[in-house]
Write a protein that binds this ligand. Sequence first.
Ligand SMILES: Cc1ncc(COP(=O)(O)O)c(C=O)c1O
Length: 345
Amino acid sequence: MIYADFRSDTVTRPTPAMREAMAKAPVGDDVYGDDPTVNLLEAKAAEMLGKEAAIFVSSGTMGNLIAVLASCQRGDEAIMGRQGHTFLHEAGGVSVLGGVVINTIPNQPDGRLALADLESAIRYPDIHEPISRLIILENTQNACGGVVLPVEYCEQISAFARERNLLLHMDGARIFNAAVALGRPVRELAAMADSVTFCLSKGLCAPVGSVLCGRRDFIDKARRLRKILGGGMRQAGIIAAAGIVALETMVDRLAEDHALAKDLAEGLSRIDGVSLEKNSPQTNMVFIRLDQRVSVSDAEFEKQLKERGVLLNGTGPRTFRLVTHHDVGLEEVNRCVEAIKAVLN
Ligand SMILES: Cc1ncc(COP(=O)(O)O)c(C=O)c1O
Protein backbone atom coordinates (compact mmCIF):
# COMPACT_ATOMS: atom_id res chain seq x y z
CA MET A 1 0.00 0.00 0.00
CA ILE A 2 1.17 3.54 -0.69
CA TYR A 3 0.54 5.43 2.51
CA ALA A 4 -0.46 9.03 3.05
CA ASP A 5 2.43 9.50 5.45
CA PHE A 6 1.94 12.36 7.91
CA ARG A 7 4.35 11.02 10.57
CA SER A 8 7.08 13.57 9.85
CA ASP A 9 8.71 15.68 7.14
CA THR A 10 11.73 13.37 7.56
CA VAL A 11 9.94 10.79 5.40
CA THR A 12 10.41 12.93 2.28
CA ARG A 13 12.43 11.32 -0.49
CA PRO A 14 15.03 13.11 -2.61
CA THR A 15 13.62 14.83 -5.71
CA PRO A 16 14.68 13.84 -9.26
CA ALA A 17 16.86 17.01 -9.38
CA MET A 18 18.61 15.85 -6.20
CA ARG A 19 19.23 12.36 -7.58
CA GLU A 20 20.68 13.86 -10.73
CA ALA A 21 22.93 16.24 -8.78
CA MET A 22 24.07 13.33 -6.59
CA ALA A 23 24.98 11.24 -9.63
CA LYS A 24 27.03 14.05 -11.15
CA ALA A 25 28.62 15.58 -8.05
CA PRO A 26 32.37 16.17 -8.14
CA VAL A 27 33.79 14.59 -4.98
CA GLY A 28 37.00 14.25 -3.00
CA ASP A 29 38.07 13.15 0.47
CA ASP A 30 36.24 15.54 2.78
CA VAL A 31 38.33 14.57 5.81
CA TYR A 32 41.24 16.20 3.90
CA GLY A 33 38.93 19.11 3.01
CA ASP A 34 39.09 17.99 -0.63
CA ASP A 35 35.44 17.52 -1.48
CA PRO A 36 34.38 20.49 -3.63
CA THR A 37 30.67 19.72 -3.27
CA VAL A 38 30.82 19.60 0.53
CA ASN A 39 32.89 22.79 0.52
CA LEU A 40 30.30 24.47 -1.68
CA LEU A 41 27.40 23.35 0.54
CA GLU A 42 29.19 24.60 3.66
CA ALA A 43 30.01 27.97 2.06
CA LYS A 44 26.44 28.36 0.82
CA ALA A 45 24.97 27.45 4.21
CA ALA A 46 27.27 29.86 6.06
CA GLU A 47 26.37 32.64 3.64
CA MET A 48 22.61 32.03 3.93
CA LEU A 49 22.74 31.88 7.72
CA GLY A 50 25.03 34.92 7.93
CA LYS A 51 27.76 33.03 9.80
CA GLU A 52 31.53 32.85 9.22
CA ALA A 53 31.65 29.11 8.62
CA ALA A 54 29.66 25.88 8.52
CA ILE A 55 30.17 22.13 8.79
CA PHE A 56 28.16 19.35 7.16
CA VAL A 57 27.11 16.68 9.67
CA SER A 58 25.15 13.47 9.44
CA SER A 59 22.06 14.58 11.37
CA GLY A 60 20.40 17.25 13.45
CA THR A 61 21.27 15.23 16.54
CA MET A 62 24.96 15.27 15.61
CA GLY A 63 24.82 19.02 14.86
CA ASN A 64 23.28 19.82 18.25
CA LEU A 65 25.64 17.43 20.06
CA ILE A 66 28.74 18.96 18.45
CA ALA A 67 27.45 22.48 19.14
CA VAL A 68 27.03 21.70 22.84
CA LEU A 69 30.40 19.91 23.09
CA ALA A 70 32.12 22.84 21.35
CA SER A 71 30.44 25.36 23.66
CA CYS A 72 30.73 23.57 27.02
CA GLN A 73 33.25 21.71 29.11
CA ARG A 74 32.49 18.76 31.40
CA GLY A 75 30.50 20.01 34.39
CA ASP A 76 29.04 22.96 32.47
CA GLU A 77 25.33 23.39 32.20
CA ALA A 78 23.04 24.06 29.24
CA ILE A 79 19.66 25.63 29.99
CA MET A 80 16.78 24.78 27.68
CA GLY A 81 13.05 24.14 27.43
CA ARG A 82 11.54 20.97 28.85
CA GLN A 83 9.95 20.43 25.42
CA GLY A 84 13.28 20.83 23.61
CA HIS A 85 14.37 18.13 21.20
CA THR A 86 17.92 18.01 22.58
CA PHE A 87 16.49 17.20 26.01
CA LEU A 88 13.68 14.88 24.92
CA HIS A 89 14.89 13.01 21.88
CA GLU A 90 18.67 12.99 21.53
CA ALA A 91 19.35 10.14 23.94
CA GLY A 92 21.01 12.43 26.48
CA GLY A 93 24.09 12.58 24.25
CA VAL A 94 25.39 15.86 25.63
CA SER A 95 25.54 14.29 29.11
CA VAL A 96 26.62 10.81 27.99
CA LEU A 97 29.48 12.02 25.82
CA GLY A 98 30.18 15.55 27.02
CA GLY A 99 29.51 15.49 30.78
CA VAL A 100 27.22 18.46 30.19
CA VAL A 101 24.31 18.92 32.59
CA ILE A 102 20.96 19.91 31.12
CA ASN A 103 18.82 22.22 33.22
CA THR A 104 15.28 22.43 31.88
CA ILE A 105 12.75 25.20 32.38
CA PRO A 106 9.14 25.19 31.13
CA ASN A 107 8.33 26.13 27.57
CA GLN A 108 5.44 28.59 27.46
CA PRO A 109 2.50 27.33 25.35
CA ASP A 110 3.83 29.44 22.44
CA GLY A 111 7.23 27.74 22.68
CA ARG A 112 9.12 30.61 24.33
CA LEU A 113 11.28 30.36 27.44
CA ALA A 114 10.28 33.04 29.96
CA LEU A 115 13.10 35.44 30.80
CA ALA A 116 12.25 35.18 34.50
CA ASP A 117 12.62 31.37 34.35
CA LEU A 118 15.93 31.70 32.54
CA GLU A 119 17.13 34.21 35.09
CA SER A 120 16.33 31.95 38.01
CA ALA A 121 17.94 28.93 36.31
CA ILE A 122 21.33 30.62 35.96
CA ARG A 123 23.94 29.57 38.53
CA TYR A 124 26.34 31.99 40.08
CA PRO A 125 29.85 30.92 41.06
CA ASP A 126 29.66 28.34 43.80
CA ILE A 127 31.75 25.17 44.01
CA HIS A 128 28.62 23.11 44.71
CA GLU A 129 26.97 23.91 41.40
CA PRO A 130 27.57 23.28 37.72
CA ILE A 131 28.61 26.27 35.63
CA SER A 132 25.91 27.83 33.45
CA ARG A 133 27.41 28.16 29.97
CA LEU A 134 24.79 27.84 27.28
CA ILE A 135 21.14 28.52 26.41
CA ILE A 136 19.50 26.34 23.74
CA LEU A 137 16.50 27.63 21.80
CA GLU A 138 14.53 25.66 19.20
CA ASN A 139 12.94 27.32 16.16
CA THR A 140 10.47 26.11 15.02
CA GLN A 141 9.62 24.55 18.38
CA ASN A 142 8.53 21.04 17.44
CA ALA A 143 6.81 19.67 20.56
CA CYS A 144 4.97 22.95 21.23
CA GLY A 145 3.23 22.66 17.86
CA GLY A 146 5.86 23.50 15.25
CA VAL A 147 5.50 27.06 16.51
CA VAL A 148 7.63 29.99 15.40
CA LEU A 149 9.70 32.05 17.83
CA PRO A 150 9.40 35.71 16.84
CA VAL A 151 12.60 37.51 15.80
CA GLU A 152 12.19 40.17 18.49
CA TYR A 153 11.90 37.52 21.19
CA CYS A 154 15.08 35.77 20.01
CA GLU A 155 16.87 39.13 20.03
CA GLN A 156 15.78 39.62 23.63
CA ILE A 157 17.16 36.21 24.60
CA SER A 158 20.36 36.93 22.73
CA ALA A 159 20.91 40.22 24.57
CA PHE A 160 20.04 38.46 27.84
CA ALA A 161 22.64 35.74 27.14
CA ARG A 162 25.35 38.23 26.13
CA GLU A 163 24.83 40.35 29.26
CA ARG A 164 25.36 37.23 31.37
CA ASN A 165 28.27 35.88 29.35
CA LEU A 166 26.30 32.85 28.18
CA LEU A 167 26.42 31.32 24.71
CA LEU A 168 23.26 30.78 22.66
CA HIS A 169 22.73 27.74 20.42
CA MET A 170 19.73 27.55 18.11
CA ASP A 171 18.36 24.13 17.23
CA GLY A 172 17.03 25.35 13.91
CA ALA A 173 16.20 21.91 12.53
CA ARG A 174 13.27 23.68 10.83
CA ILE A 175 14.58 27.25 10.86
CA PHE A 176 13.67 27.64 7.17
CA ASN A 177 10.04 26.86 8.06
CA ALA A 178 10.23 29.63 10.67
CA ALA A 179 11.77 32.07 8.16
CA VAL A 180 9.15 31.29 5.52
CA ALA A 181 6.29 31.58 8.04
CA LEU A 182 7.61 34.95 9.24
CA GLY A 183 8.48 36.17 5.74
CA ARG A 184 11.95 37.14 7.02
CA PRO A 185 15.36 36.11 5.67
CA VAL A 186 16.76 33.13 7.56
CA ARG A 187 19.95 35.06 8.40
CA GLU A 188 17.83 37.44 10.52
CA LEU A 189 16.63 34.51 12.62
CA ALA A 190 20.13 33.07 12.88
CA ALA A 191 21.84 36.37 13.70
CA MET A 192 21.09 36.27 17.41
CA ALA A 193 22.60 32.83 18.02
CA ASP A 194 26.29 31.98 18.38
CA SER A 195 25.65 28.68 16.61
CA VAL A 196 22.78 27.23 14.59
CA THR A 197 22.02 23.68 13.45
CA PHE A 198 19.60 23.25 10.55
CA CYS A 199 18.42 20.10 8.80
CA LEU A 200 18.50 19.40 5.07
CA SER A 201 16.73 16.06 5.50
CA LYS A 202 13.35 17.25 6.78
CA GLY A 203 11.04 19.59 4.83
CA LEU A 204 13.87 20.41 2.42
CA CYS A 205 13.78 16.77 1.20
CA ALA A 206 17.50 15.94 1.08
CA PRO A 207 18.13 12.27 1.95
CA VAL A 208 20.76 12.86 4.65
CA GLY A 209 22.39 15.62 6.57
CA SER A 210 22.34 18.78 8.63
CA VAL A 211 24.62 21.80 8.84
CA LEU A 212 26.08 23.47 11.91
CA CYS A 213 26.98 27.15 11.43
CA GLY A 214 28.93 29.57 13.61
CA ARG A 215 32.18 31.53 14.03
CA ARG A 216 35.23 30.18 12.20
CA ASP A 217 37.08 29.12 15.37
CA PHE A 218 33.93 27.39 16.63
CA ILE A 219 33.56 25.44 13.38
CA ASP A 220 37.28 24.48 13.50
CA LYS A 221 36.61 23.00 16.93
CA ALA A 222 33.43 21.36 15.61
CA ARG A 223 35.46 19.67 12.84
CA ARG A 224 37.70 18.00 15.41
CA LEU A 225 34.66 16.96 17.47
CA ARG A 226 32.94 15.53 14.40
CA LYS A 227 36.04 13.39 13.81
CA ILE A 228 36.01 12.20 17.42
CA LEU A 229 32.37 11.17 17.03
CA GLY A 230 33.20 9.16 13.92
CA GLY A 231 31.41 11.68 11.73
CA GLY A 232 34.26 12.43 9.33
CA MET A 233 32.83 11.35 5.99
CA ARG A 234 34.90 10.79 2.85
CA GLN A 235 33.27 11.38 -0.58
CA ALA A 236 30.36 13.07 1.17
CA GLY A 237 29.77 15.31 -1.83
CA ILE A 238 27.39 12.61 -3.06
CA ILE A 239 24.96 13.55 -0.28
CA ALA A 240 25.99 17.21 0.01
CA ALA A 241 24.93 17.65 -3.64
CA ALA A 242 21.32 16.97 -2.64
CA GLY A 243 21.72 19.50 0.18
CA ILE A 244 22.74 22.18 -2.31
CA VAL A 245 19.65 21.48 -4.42
CA ALA A 246 17.62 21.64 -1.20
CA LEU A 247 18.94 25.10 -0.33
CA GLU A 248 18.58 26.40 -3.87
CA THR A 249 15.16 25.06 -4.75
CA MET A 250 13.23 23.73 -1.75
CA VAL A 251 13.10 26.63 0.72
CA ASP A 252 10.39 28.85 -0.76
CA ARG A 253 8.09 25.89 -1.40
CA LEU A 254 7.82 25.27 2.36
CA ALA A 255 4.98 27.82 2.15
CA GLU A 256 3.01 25.12 0.29
CA ASP A 257 3.46 22.73 3.23
CA HIS A 258 2.24 25.44 5.61
CA ALA A 259 -0.84 26.13 3.45
CA LEU A 260 -1.55 22.39 3.26
CA ALA A 261 -1.29 22.12 7.05
CA LYS A 262 -4.00 24.78 7.30
CA ASP A 263 -6.24 22.78 4.91
CA LEU A 264 -5.62 19.65 6.94
CA ALA A 265 -6.34 21.44 10.23
CA GLU A 266 -9.55 22.87 8.85
CA GLY A 267 -10.74 19.45 7.68
CA LEU A 268 -9.84 17.81 10.97
CA SER A 269 -11.41 20.51 13.13
CA ARG A 270 -14.79 19.79 11.51
CA ILE A 271 -14.73 16.16 12.69
CA ASP A 272 -16.83 15.47 15.76
CA GLY A 273 -14.52 14.22 18.52
CA VAL A 274 -11.35 15.95 17.24
CA SER A 275 -9.93 19.28 18.36
CA LEU A 276 -6.79 21.16 17.37
CA GLU A 277 -3.98 21.39 19.91
CA LYS A 278 -0.89 23.45 20.72
CA ASN A 279 -1.45 26.63 18.68
CA SER A 280 -1.12 24.53 15.58
CA PRO A 281 -0.70 24.91 12.70
CA GLN A 282 1.76 27.77 12.48
CA THR A 283 4.02 25.91 10.06
CA ASN A 284 3.82 22.33 8.77
CA MET A 285 2.64 20.58 11.94
CA VAL A 286 -0.91 19.89 13.05
CA PHE A 287 -1.53 18.52 16.52
CA ILE A 288 -4.93 17.04 17.36
CA ARG A 289 -6.63 15.72 20.48
CA LEU A 290 -9.36 13.10 20.65
CA ASP A 291 -12.26 13.94 22.98
CA GLN A 292 -12.81 11.93 26.15
CA ARG A 293 -16.02 10.45 24.72
CA VAL A 294 -14.14 8.85 21.79
CA SER A 295 -14.04 5.20 22.77
CA VAL A 296 -11.34 3.95 20.39
CA SER A 297 -7.94 3.63 22.13
CA ASP A 298 -4.89 5.55 20.88
CA ALA A 299 -3.24 2.39 19.61
CA GLU A 300 -6.42 1.24 17.87
CA PHE A 301 -6.86 4.71 16.32
CA GLU A 302 -3.36 4.52 14.77
CA LYS A 303 -3.86 0.90 13.70
CA GLN A 304 -7.20 1.53 12.00
CA LEU A 305 -5.84 4.59 10.21
CA LYS A 306 -2.91 2.54 8.98
CA GLU A 307 -5.33 -0.03 7.61
CA ARG A 308 -6.93 2.85 5.69
CA GLY A 309 -3.55 3.96 4.33
CA VAL A 310 -2.86 6.87 6.67
CA LEU A 311 0.13 7.20 8.99
CA LEU A 312 0.50 9.70 11.85
CA ASN A 313 2.42 9.87 15.13
CA GLY A 314 1.03 9.61 18.64
CA THR A 315 2.51 12.29 20.91
CA GLY A 316 0.89 11.48 24.24
CA PRO A 317 -2.39 10.29 25.67
CA ARG A 318 -5.13 11.26 23.18
CA THR A 319 -2.84 13.54 21.14
CA PHE A 320 -1.37 13.01 17.67
CA ARG A 321 0.90 14.91 15.31
CA LEU A 322 0.45 15.19 11.56
CA VAL A 323 3.18 16.83 9.47
CA THR A 324 2.75 18.11 5.91
CA HIS A 325 5.61 17.94 3.42
CA HIS A 326 6.61 17.65 -0.23
CA ASP A 327 5.40 14.04 -0.57
CA VAL A 328 1.78 14.70 0.48
CA GLY A 329 -0.84 16.90 -1.20
CA LEU A 330 -4.56 17.66 -1.14
CA GLU A 331 -5.44 14.10 -2.13
CA GLU A 332 -3.61 12.71 0.93
CA VAL A 333 -5.17 15.40 3.14
CA ASN A 334 -8.64 14.39 1.98
CA ARG A 335 -7.83 10.71 2.47
CA CYS A 336 -6.65 11.46 6.00
CA VAL A 337 -9.74 13.49 6.95
CA GLU A 338 -12.08 10.84 5.55
CA ALA A 339 -10.16 8.03 7.26
CA ILE A 340 -10.31 9.74 10.65
CA LYS A 341 -14.04 10.37 10.21
CA ALA A 342 -14.56 6.70 9.36
CA VAL A 343 -12.53 5.44 12.35
CA LEU A 344 -14.35 7.69 14.80
CA ASN A 345 -17.78 6.70 13.47
C1 LIG B 1 13.63 20.15 16.54
C2 LIG B 1 14.51 19.02 16.15
N1 LIG B 1 15.82 19.08 16.43
C3 LIG B 1 16.66 18.09 16.08
C4 LIG B 1 16.21 16.96 15.44
C5 LIG B 1 17.17 15.85 15.13
O1 LIG B 1 17.37 15.64 13.80
P1 LIG B 1 17.88 14.20 13.25
O2 LIG B 1 16.67 13.33 13.22
O3 LIG B 1 18.41 14.54 11.88
O4 LIG B 1 18.91 13.73 14.16
C6 LIG B 1 14.85 16.84 15.13
C7 LIG B 1 14.35 15.64 14.43
O5 LIG B 1 13.19 15.46 14.17
C8 LIG B 1 13.98 17.90 15.49
O6 LIG B 1 12.66 17.83 15.24
